[in-house]
Ligand binder design. Sequence first.
Ligand code: PEP
Ligand code: MG
Length: 596
Amino acid sequence: MPAERSRPRFPAGQPMASFTLHGIPVSRGIAIGRAHLLAPAALDVKHYLVAEEQVEAEVARLQQALAAVHKELQTLWNELPKDAPTELGAFIDVHALILSDPMISEAPLDIIRTRHYNAEWALLTQIDELSAQFDEIEDAYLRERKADIQQVAERVLKVLMGTEQMLPKADGGEDGFQPQMIIVAHDISPADMLQFRDRSFIGFVTDVGGQNSHTAIVARSLDIPAVVGMSGASTLVEQDDWLIIDGDAGVVIANPSPLVLEQYRERQLAAARVRKKLQKLKKTPAITKDGTEITLLANIELPDDCPAAMEAGANGVGLFRSEFLFMGRNSKIPSEDEQFEQYKKAVVAMKGRPVTIRTLDIGADKPLDQSEQTALNPALGLRAIRYCLAEPQIFLTQLRAILRASAFGKVRILIPMLAHAFEIDQSLAMVAQAKAELREKNIKFDDDVDVGAMIEIPAAALALPMFVKRMDFLSIGTNDLIQYTLAIDRVDYEVAHLYNPLHPAVLQLISMTIAAGHKAGIDVAVCGEMAGDVKLTRLLLGMGLREFSMHPAQLLSVKQEILNSDLARIMPQTRKIMRSMEPNVIADAVEQLQLM
Ligand code: PEP
Ligand code: MG
């Protein structure tokens, strides 16, 4: 339970006190609306003992509630909209499995029979015991799965108490203004989020969760501002409080003063104005002032992100993080057909533009649900291509699925975390084997599919001839390249201040990779966060980069920067930057680039 915190209040008759909470930003943007609290049903549970002769009736009451929830989940599953994020179906499956498990379907019945607790109390007792067991688990991701069990229990409790949580109608407010609602909850199940999809819910705030929690994953795919891990939010915020979610900063302001509200409305409007202005560039080719054409690609996590990529005018997908199809499924690896459908969906949605599908980059901060994170340094452990080569059947299945999708449009295969020549050779041999297996079954695919390498380990950037002679293209993963070059864990906030893209060593590695790729006549892209940072656009252009891949939301701002850039002026300044090993000189010179 989060520590009790007192809610600051003005005296009666005064406006509600404003307060600010900080959490983990998981989905960007600003939302301003009224709080709708989803109180955990558990808070209202009655505790009483049932008489001996009532025990079987109480058992039957719980069994009926379990059956009703089963039916409810089935209905949810059947009514999944066609465009629902794929993981939602999987989440409902997981909840159905939990519901059928004896730990939920039988153990509470025994508690009623042996201890004579009422059904709600029996269920909660069992959940408390299970929660305590989960708290002992070392694996952080598995520990988070406790939330799924609690969400299932809450559904059963709601049925038992006959208090189905009613969603308020978003039917307008004062002066015809429609105050849209922000969900505030201890936790939100993905299945519940699905119900919120068509209503006027514009943001989510939860007490628990992390970057990898289901709520975060779904909020991102729905493109709704969300902050999680905001301990105490659901107890401090009250129904109908005005809230501002700043999904970029991970901040929620409750009952903001009129001045603050005005400032955020201004920010929202300014952001909307900028977006609208940038929209005009959607069809403009990204050409520098002196005539060099630049390719702008999109980073996506799921095929559902493709419409946003098309909307932003992307030339294709430069990075499809395929591992998102594998996460949050309790280790159930998606079948070849299931994967094929998803890859094909992305390929079809991009209407002939190339789709670069990165093979499973699992591990470290993106563990498979039940993978045992026992390694002391998981970022240096059996992750990404290392994992795939150790699990050839999983890898081959994915490669076949990707190759099958290549019959429907231009597909490129991108291999993450390569460092050794034998890893490249083994990966290419696996691609060849997957092709041979498809050929044997007369299944169509593009035999000329390009295979590229992510350059995200310093060893790779220092051994480029090994890569360019074997690979069709390179893509620089600056997020990991910085992590491994500077020995900074990219998710550890205690060393976040040392994570510096402008460190001379990082810049040298990026520049060397671009130069080596071009000398060998192969494409080089940057697909890490640096590609979407407008403050670095000119520096990368000056280094010779001609392919940028980023989140669709960043694409038009980067394009605008490119349209205003003159390579003839940028190049000499960039050469000066590359000759320097002095951080201050580099930082100043990069600022100068913006003014050119
Ligand atoms: C990177 O490392 O820069 C990258 C693009 O991959 P990811 O962020 O998914 O590790
Ligand atoms: Mg990476």
